[in-house]
Ligand binder design. Sequence first.
Ligand SMILES: Cc1cc2nc3c(=O)[nH]c(=O)nc-3n(C[C@H](O)[C@H](O)[C@H](O)COP(=O)(O)OP(=O)(O)OC[C@H]3O[C@@H](n4cnc5c(N)ncnc54)[C@H](O)[C@@H]3O)c2cc1C
Length: 268
Amino acid sequence: MSEITDPRAPIRVRQEARMRLLDVTSVTHITPLMRRIRATGDLTGFASAGHADHIKAFFFPDGIEPKLAPIGERGAEFAPGERPEMRDYTPRYWNVAEGWIELDFVLHGDGPASSWAAQAAVGQKLVIGGPRGSLVIPAAFDWYLLAGDETALPALGRRIEELPAGSKIVAVIEVADAAEEQTFETSADVSLTYVYRDGQPAGSTSLILDAIKAASFPDGVAYAYVAGESAMSKAVRAHLTDERGFNPEYVKAAGYWLLGTADAHEPH
Ligand SMILES: Cc1cc2nc3c(=O)[nH]c(=O)nc-3n(C[C@H](O)[C@H](O)[C@H](O)COP(=O)(O)OP(=O)(O)OC[C@H]3O[C@@H](n4cnc5c(N)ncnc54)[C@H](O)[C@@H]3O)c2cc1C
């Protein structure tokens, strides 16, 4: 008897975790609060099959030149006093043959990653590691709900650009104000709503949840990807599963950051 497999089941792809020491070769102000950093070097073996994949970016203490370290059982083994901070970023665009990757950094204020991106300049070094793996969501759903704040713009943008022609997408994205909107190259059928904080601090509003509550959804089976501030993500997940009939297996709600806590992220 042949096994029946769910064509909608997410597929996990593992990758060899590799660290790379790259050169910053361009810094683009894509919007006032979003810096696109292109880093160039040996990208041999780099792959990112999932729109929500992440690499680790390493930020070294003052006075320590970015460098690679041997990988031990518990990850990269840096000398005491040289240990970098690590933060997660989405591979936005890359080209293995040409040897470059682009990451989009939100300039949110304090924090080693945001502070580094704000001062990044051509000629500096950047160490990245991964992705260690990918979660690939098949393009087998009737429609897709995408929601998140600006930290999720790279992942949501990838999904909008990577889904095949004709895919139906409903997207709600929270940004600081209209100047932070991005547009996407896509042949999918996208209904995109931006909501603006207009002066309120990031992570302090219910704008995304309110917009989703007010939205009428297409018919059929959907996959929802929600990412951004952790409490927002949890609340949207609860609304979708408890009040809108979403199958919990088809909702991925990721905490990309947690208001008031450094280096915090969690899947829900
Ligand atoms: C899988 C994944 C993919 C991600 N992809 C991206 C990406 O492509 N681009 C991107 O910009 N971010 C992305 N993030 C989010 C990013 O990793 C976090 O925002 C991270 O905390 C930034 O590090 P930091 O050193 O700047 O601040 P931290 O040292 O971690 O935090 C310092 C303070 O800043 C606050 N803070 C952190 N982020 C924000 C924010 N966005 N707005 C307001 N306050 C904040 C914290 O609550 C804390 O109080 C991703 C996260 C995950 C888990």
